[in-house]
Ligand binder design. Structure first.
Ligand code: AKG
Length: 309
C-alpha cells in the first residue's frame, strides 16, 4: 500500500477498528467509538456533513449482505455486460430486484432522511466498478455541475460491495468544497476516466487537502452534490465495486429537460416534478427492460448530452 488513509483524526465518526485493522490500516490510538449504525443521524453527524460536505463510514448493510449483493451483481455482469459500462450502468434498480432492494435499504434511507427530509426519490443508481488494472480513475469533479438539478436537496449514498481502500482507489473528497461556487469543468473523454465525459474541474485541487473515504464492504459514505471528489487507480488485486445511489427531495426539479423520472422510495411526493418509476417484479423482465431503455435514452440526450459511451 503506497500511503495510509488520512484525516480520520479530524472526524469524530470513527472507523470500526477490527474491520479496518484486518484490512491492514494503521489507526491512530483513539478510543473505539465503534461503527455507528446508519439509521437516523445524530446532530453531531449532521453537523459534520454540513461542515465537510460528506460523512463516513456508516453501516449501510451487513457485510454478509454486501457479499450476497456482490454475487448478484457478478451474475448480472456475466448475463448483461451491455448494462454494466459507462452511461448504461445506471438505474439497475429498475430491472433487478436486488438493486431495487438496495436503493430501499431502511438504514440508508434513515441516514439520508436526516439530511433532506422524509420524502425521498431515488433519482439514480450508478455502478462504479473499478477494475484492478492500475489505470481506471475518476477525475476531480462536482456532480452538481452537470446533473441539471435545481437545488441541493440531494444526497449521494455510496455503498461499498468490495473493500474500498487507498490501494484499491477509494473516493477522496475535499472538506468544505461543497461551499465553493460550482466551478467549470473541462471534458477530456479520457478512456480510463470512469466519468461519462471525463469531466475535470478547471480549479486546481491539491490532493493533500483531501480525505480518503475508506470503506469496508457494506459500509456507506454520504456526499453533497457539490463536494469536490475523485478517485485514483485500483492497485489492489480485486475489483473496487461501489454503487452510488442519488436521492433527491421531491422539491428538486430537472432543469435540462421537461421530463425526468425517479423512484419514490420513502414518504410522499406532493410536488410532482418527476414521473414515478416502477419496481421490477423479476430480474431483467422484458417490460422493465424496455422502460429502462427509454429512461436511459432520455437521460443520455439531456444529462449526458449524447455521450458516446
Ligand atoms: O466511485 C468513484 O470512484 C467515484 C464515484 C463518484 O464520483 C460519485 O459517486 O459521485
Amino acid at each position: 500500500m503506497s500511503r495510509q488513509p488520512k484525516n480520520w483524526a479530524t472526524h469524530s465518526i470513527r472507523p470500526d477498528t477490527n474491520v479496518h485493522a484486518a484490512a491492514g490500516f494503521a489507526l491512530d490510538p483513539v478510543p473505539q467509538y465503534g461503527l455507528p449504525m446508519a439509521n437516523h443521524l445524530s446532530s453531531d453527524q449532521v453537523t459534520h456533513y454540513q461542515r465537510d460536505g460528506f460523512l463516513f463510514p456508516l453501516r449501510g448493510t451487513a457485510a454478509e449482505e454486501a457479499l450476497q449483493y456482490r454475487t448478484s451483481l457478478e451474475a448480472a455482469r456475466a448475463s448483461h455486460p451491455e448494462l454494466m459500462q459507462g452511461v448504461e450502468a445506471q438505474k439497475l434498480h429498475l430491472v433487478t430486484t436486488w438493486m431495487a432492494d438496495i436503493v430501499r435499504t431502511p438504514t440508508i434511507l434513515d441516514a439520508v432522511e436526516s439530511l433532506i427530509g422524509p420524502d425521498l426519490l431515488c433519482w439514480s443508481s450508478t455502478l462504479f466498478v473499478k477494475p484492478a488494472d492500475g489505470k481506471s480513475f475518476v477525475s476531480w469533479h462536482q456532480d452538481g455541475n452537470y446533473w441539471g438539478l435545481s437545488n441541493p436537496e440531494i444526497v449521494s449514498a455510496w455503498l461499498a460491495l468490495s473493500a474500498s481502500t487507498v490501494e484499491s482507489g477509494c473516493m477522496q473528497m475535499v472538506p468544505g468544497s461543497h461551499e465553493w461556487d460550482t466551478t467549470e469543468h473541462n471534458e477530456t473523454f479520457d478512456a480510463d476516466n470512469l466519468l461519462s465525459r471525463g469531466q475535470v474541474m478547471k480549479r486546481e485541487i491539491d490532493s493533500s487537502d483531501a480525505v480518503d473515504l475508506v470503506l469496508a464492504p457494506g459500509e456507506i459514505s454520504l456526499h453533497h452534490v457539490n463536494v469536490a471528489h475523485a478517485s485514483a487507480p485500483n492497485n489492489s488485486t480485486d475489483d473496487r465495486i461501489g454503487i452510488a445511489i442519488r436521492y433527491v427531495s421531491p422539491n428538486v426539479k430537472q432543469r435540462l429537460s421537461e421530463k425526468d423520472s425517479a423512484t419514490l422510495v420513502r414518504g410522499e411526493d406532493r410536488v410532482g416534478n418527476f414521473e414515478h418509476e416502477e419496481r421490477p417484479a423479476h430480474d431483467f423482465e422484458p417490460a422493465a427492460m424496455s422502460r429502462l431503455a427509454h429512461i436511459v435514452a432520455r437521460r443520455k440526450s439531456t444529462v449526458y448530452q449524447d455521450t458516446p459511451q
